[in-house]
Design a protein around this ligand. Structure first.
Ligand SMILES: Cc1cc2nc3c(=O)[nH]c(=O)nc-3n(C[C@H](O)[C@H](O)[C@H](O)COP(=O)(O)OP(=O)(O)OC[C@H]3O[C@@H](n4cnc5c(N)ncnc54)[C@H](O)[C@@H]3O)c2cc1C
Length: 404
């Protein structure tokens, strides 16, 4: 039987980038979906935020925990964000660096990134392939699919996580890793919106609070487990936006989220700003609130929630209602009824246990010739080009260490 140098399983960001960087063409890329890179097409709102401009150390601070950061460091040092930028530009895909440091294709069309990677793939791509079994042999591996059997010296397992399963990343890659002896840290949806109990802002869906101050508390605890200043987006049944998405891997049902409904660096700064606005002489309360930068519909909703009559002015507002309003605007508390599931999570936290993979090569510590890259590994980055860059960097490192 023909012996391949390497077979890549999974044609997402990681698998395609691995394939584009192979030094051999005696290779195959197998994907069970009918089309590779389907998830790439929906990234960055269809524009594909493929990396950002942060240097390795700052970049890594946007990953889940210290173990993840340590694990990813060699990959990021080997292929940092500026090298990814150059990789695409030198081969002819023009990129655009936004003011906030996020990098997109100049066309702002994710298809261009996916198609570019497919065009540069060194391995022929075979789609619609169901992997039935992988067996370790003395020299390499036997891969049995429902239609063929392949022999290969190396395997790169790049099957992604299990969020947005309709894109092909459905968690079945974890079973392949398990069959080869690897432990899987239980997968959880991350970068995901939350639903809120008795949610008052359904009618405001689509509106955001820019740079709100947000504190997160487990159950009845009084010390926040996370605090951050970032945008919050109102959805039809809860909260989303960077502040929520970034904290979502930690959020559990019944947690409390306290947020300022105006831009602020902490709750007391928000409180001071609202009090200043309410000190204006003889203004309708909703109009006074708008001076803090709050949209009119949110200001009116808060006035109602504080039990204030629409005609009340800053001059006639009583102390009790004033206090209630300030509390709502500066530190509104909401209870999480649920986090959204894998269907709408942007990434998966959990996956192949990092302790069983060599961070300098991406090779399994248990099975020689087996390499992992991308989201199948137990890391998860924040929104902002972190996850695709990590997929590229881990893929690049794996390719460099394949056995001859
Ligand atoms: C809506 C959304 C928006 C996002 N936006 C961004 C963004 O702008 N920037 C960013 O950095 N990240 C973003 N992400 C995250 C990013 O898309 C992923 O982290 C990244 O695609 C992971 O790459 P991967 O190659 O590891 O996995 P994937 O891209 O998920 O690819 C895995 C591939 O493996 C195949 N596969 C799975 N199991 C098997 C199997 N058993 N056999 C054969 N093939 C298999 C799948 O069909 C798929 O083609 C976003 C994610 C979502 C869902």
């Amino acid at each position: 039987m023909h012996m391949y140098d390497v077979i890549i399983i999974g044609g997402g960001a990681a698998g395609l980038f691995a394939s584009a960087n192979l030094t051999t063409t005696n290779a195959l890329l197998l994907d069970h979906a009918q089309e590779v890179g389907k998830k790439l097409l929906i990234t960055g709102g269809g524009m594909c935020n493929l990396t950002n401009t942060l240097p390795a150390e700052a970049f890594l601070s946007h990953f889940g925990n210290k173990q993840q950061r340590n694990f990813l460091l060699p990959a990021l040092q080997n292929l940092p964000t500026d090298s990814v930028y150059e990789w695409f530009e030198q081969r002819g895909l023009r990129l655009l660096v936004r003011e906030d440091g996020k990098v997109f294709p100049q066309s702002l069309d994710a298809h261009d990134v996916r198609d570019f990677l497919v065009r540069h793939s060194k391995a022929p791509i075979v789609t619609g392939v169901q992997i039935a079994a992988i067996t370790k042999q003395d020299a390499g591996f036997l891969i049995e699919t429902t239609s063929a059997t392949y022999e290969t010296k190396n395997i790169i397992l790049a099957t992604g996580g299990m969020s947005y399963p309709r894109t092909g990343s459905d968690g079945s890659g974890y079973e392949l890793a398990k069959a080869l002896g690897h432990s899987i840290v239980p997968p959880k949806p991350a970068l995901v919106a939350v639903s809120i109990e008795t949610y008052p802002f359904k009618h405001l869906a689509g509106n955001s609070v820019r740079n709100a101050w947000v504190s997160f508390y487990h159950n009845t605890e009084s010390t926040a487990y996370d605090q951050r200043q970032k945008d919050v987006l109102f959805t039809h049944d809860g909260l989303s936006g960077p502040a929520i998405l970034c904290a979502s891997r930690l959020i559990a049902k019944q947690d409390r989220i306290k947020l300022s409904l105006i831009t602020a660096e902490n709750h007391s700064e928000a409180e001071q700003a609202v009090l200043r606005a309410l000190n204006a002489p003889k203004k309708l309360i909703a109009n006074a609130l708008k001076e803090t930068g709050m949209v009119s519909s949110l200001a009116q909703t808060l006035v109602e929630m504080a039990g204030i009559d629409k005609e009340t002015t800053t001059a006639t507002l009583d102390k009790t209602r004033r206090k209630a309003l300030v509390q709502l605007a500066s530190a509104m508390e909401m209870t999480v009824s649920s986090t959204k599931g894998f269907q709408s999570a942007m990434v998966t936290s959990g996956g192949v246990d990092l302790a069983q993979v060599n961070r300098k090569t991406m090779e399994s510590n248990l099975t020689e010739g087996l390499f992992f890259c991308g989201e199948v590994l137990d890391y998860d980055g924040e929104s902002g080009g972190f996850n695709i860059q990590a997929a590229f960097s881990t893929a690049y490192l794996a390719v460099k260490h394949l056995h001859n």
